[in-house]
Design a protein around this ligand. Structure first.
Ligand code: F6P
Length: 502
């Protein structure tokens, strides 16, 4: 394959950008009059409006050409069918199989993984039903009511975000807590609210060797033994991991271990038993709705031509701005308090996946890969960083996430007002009051905040990231940089302790 920056589509896009750079969004609005810039995925309750972008039919055609020159369709098939897309770790990235509601077989090394996935669904269903019915008992014979998830990064952010977003569906008699930080302040604070007799810890770690998680697990165990004065505390600890043997060494019984697989990336594991706490909260039926939303987005991603494909368009627009306009930041702003944790979740998904400077062929890249993703919830964000979006000198393309049902009229009015001003600006006599506009953004609408639309939304961002990784020719599924920091911290810790004579 030709070098990316020397490829035909890349050069055409560079030339096209020179013609586009002085256009205003208002001019484009008139010129693009008949250009359909809303795509709806009705069944999943989600739609993309990308009308406020520096994007004409010509732009989209050239971006489509870029995708085709980089064989995006082949890459999508490779992802879904279980090919070794995580090249540096020599494995597939089969998060899509976890929501394969068709149950059609998917093979890893000749083994159909669907029956294994269904077995874990069954195990989660039985376990969560017991707890939800108050029939899962602790050492004293009393039912479990407090559920503490111990895990970090991908083993925390997904279920935590979803539990908050779907709190209306949560069973009333259960309380949920998340503990992740190595700073013991967090777990100590959490344990103050928990009665050991009624507390279950979900120790969630794909590798089962993450230092933070193992330290918090040992604090939890010590607390349980000390405060209970009992030894029969097995029921109070379950593990979620792909390293089943390591969990057994740590004292977990087979029946208390919920497996996941090496071919599910940590930050892509929201669809797996990593969401056990969420399943306990909302029930398996609602969780399957969540999986269904993602499955519908997968079908759309696989089957739809690039220029009508929501994740492909979002991915390509991100490249358009990052590589051709040199804008290196993007904000995600949900206009719903329930989605307050979404930006943090997407930050890990996006930045751990795309923070790479070496291509799949081992050579360094000679173009930008990935931009800083950040954000906050509207309308709070209007009173913190929108000033920067509206009148700052750095252009920040935004994704607004706008639910159409719920507490919406006020929220919708504010979101649409921001969209209008960002795009078309505001004239004034005093220079300091002028808002220039021409700040591109997308509006992603959700019919309502429910398991299905959220499943589609998260799968949308996963696929957007994959599209970008394919064009940029990088591995979206490894995170070697992070590994080195973990090792060095351990070495420094030993030095510190030695110096203190411990
Ligand atoms: O530090 C990076 C990371 O490996 C993330 O990718 C992952 O989500 C997190 O650590 C936790 O890892 P584990 O689930 O193996 O404990």
């Amino acid at each position: 394959m030709k070098k990316l920056i020397k490829s035909k589509a890349w050069k055409l896009l560079q030339r096209h950008q020179q013609k586009m750079q002085n256009k205003t969004l208002r001019e484009l609005k008139t010129e693009n009059y008949n250009f359909l810039q809303t795509i709806e995925l009705k069944e999943a309750g989600i739609a993309l409006n990308f009308a406020h972008n520096f994007c004409t039919q010509k732009t989209l055609a050239l971006l489509d050409q870029l995708a085709k020159e980089n064989r995006l369709q082949v890459a999508i098939q490779a992802l879904i069918s279980g090919a070794e897309v995580n090249r540096t770790e020599h494995r597939p990235a089969l998060h899509t199989s976890l929501r394969n509601m068709s149950l059609d077989p998917i093979y890893v090394n000749g083994h159909n993984v669907m029956p294994d996935i269904q077995a874990v669904w069954d195990k989660m269903q039985k376990f969560s039903d017991l707890i939800r019915a108050q029939k899962y008992l602790g050492y004293s014979g009393e039912p479990i009511v407090n559920i503490v998830n111990i895990g970090i990064g991908g083993s925390e952010l997904g279920p935590k975000m979803m539990l908050y977003a779907l709190k209306e569906l949560k069973t009333a008699n259960l309380n949920f807590y998340f503990v992740s930080n190595l700073d013991p302040e967090q777990i100590h604070e959490c344990l103050k609210s928990c009665d050991p007799k009624k507390t279950l810890f979900i120790v969630s770690s794909k590798s089962f060797e993450t230092h933070e998680t193992l330290v918090n697990y040992s604090i939890a165990k010590e607390w349980m033994l000390k405060t209970s004065g009992e030894n029969n505390i097995e029921n109070h600890f379950v593990a979620v991991t792909s390293a089943v043997e390591k969990a057994k060494v740590q004292g977990f019984k087979q029946e208390h271990i919920f497996p996941l697989w090496s071919w599910v990336g940590g930050r892509y594991s929201i669809w797996s038993a990593t969401s056990l706490g969420l399943v306990i909260a909302i029930g398996m039926q609602n969780f399957k709705e969540f999986l269904t939303g993602a499955f519908l987005m997968d079908r759309h991603f696989i089957e739809t031509p690039n220029t009508r494909n929501i994740p492909v368009i979002l991915g390509l627009l991100g490249i358009w701005y990052n590589n051709f306009y040199n804008w290196n930041t993007q904000a995600v702003i949900p206009y719903a308090q329930l989605l307050v944790l979404l930006p943090e979740y997407l930050q890990q998904l996006h930045m751990e996946s795309l923070g790479k400077h070496i291509k799949n062929n081992g050579q360094p890249v000679d173009y930008a890969t990935g931009y800083v993703l950040w954000g906050g919830v509207g309308t709070n964000s209007q009173h913190s960083f929108h000033q920067f979006l509206l009148q700052g000198t750095t252009i920040v393309p935004c994704d607004f996430i706008l639910p159409l049902q719920g507490e919406t009229d006020e929220m919708m009015a504010n979101c649409l007002a921001q969209s209008e001003i960002l795009a078309y600006g505001h004239g004034a006599h005093s220079p300091h009051k002028i808002i220039e506009g021409n700040r591109p953004h997308n509006i992603i609408t959700l019919n309502a905040i429910n398991p299905r639309s959220l499943g589609a939304l998260i799968a949308l961002y996963e696929h957007k990231i994959y599209v970008q990784s394919i064009i940029w020719r990088i591995d979206a599924f490894d995170q070697w940089g992070v590994q080195q920091g973990k090792k060095l911290a351990q070495r420094i810790l030993q030095l510190l302790r030695r110096r203190r004579g411990e």
